[in-house]
Design a protein around this ligand. Structure first.
Ligand code: 5GP
Length: 121
């Protein structure tokens, strides 16, 4: 079940209702800087289509959208100069994943050692 809420903040960014610091825009993908960066490099990559989560996008998007998204993510890693030292690419999903914004987004974090992948709760 993937009901898309078109009032989410990233939908508003895509419609131009809220400004963003764009890193790159393609036919199917937009990438912009996180408003509350957790690392020197913190870019959010989002599809332009109405997908709620990683599994929604991976299962329902067209081949063209998926290819465009992934090629754009790779281009960002190159542009942001994180390939040599590495980076973390994560997508929080749903309640257990603690996803805040219900429009699929990939966080690309880099520029420092990221620490453990998860913290004990
Ligand atoms: P999530 O918790 O859903 O994985 O991540 C949502 C991310 O969106 C957070 O890192 C948060 O800082 C970022 N964010 C929330 N609102 C805005 C906004 O209006 N503009 C930008 N650029 N980032 C936002």
């Amino acid at each position: 079940m993937h009901d898309y809420d078109d009032q989410n903040i990233f939908a508003k960014i895509l419609r131009g209702e809220i400004p963003n610091s764009t890193v790159i825009e393609t036919t199917h993908t937009l990438a912009f800087r996180d408003i509350n960066p957790q690392a020197p490099v913190h870019v959010l990559v989002i599809p332009k289509g109405p997908y709620v989560s990683y599994d929604h996008f991976a299962g329902a998007a067209s081949d063209e959208e998926i290819l465009d998204f992934n090629r754009t993510a790779a281009k960002i890693c190159e542009m942001e100069n994180v390939q040599e030292n590495g980076f973390r690419a994560i997508s929080n999903t749903g309640t257990h994943g603690m996803q805040d914004v219900p429009h699929y987004h990939l966080h690309i974090l880099g520029g420092r050692v990221m620490g453990p992948m998860t913290v004990p709760v």
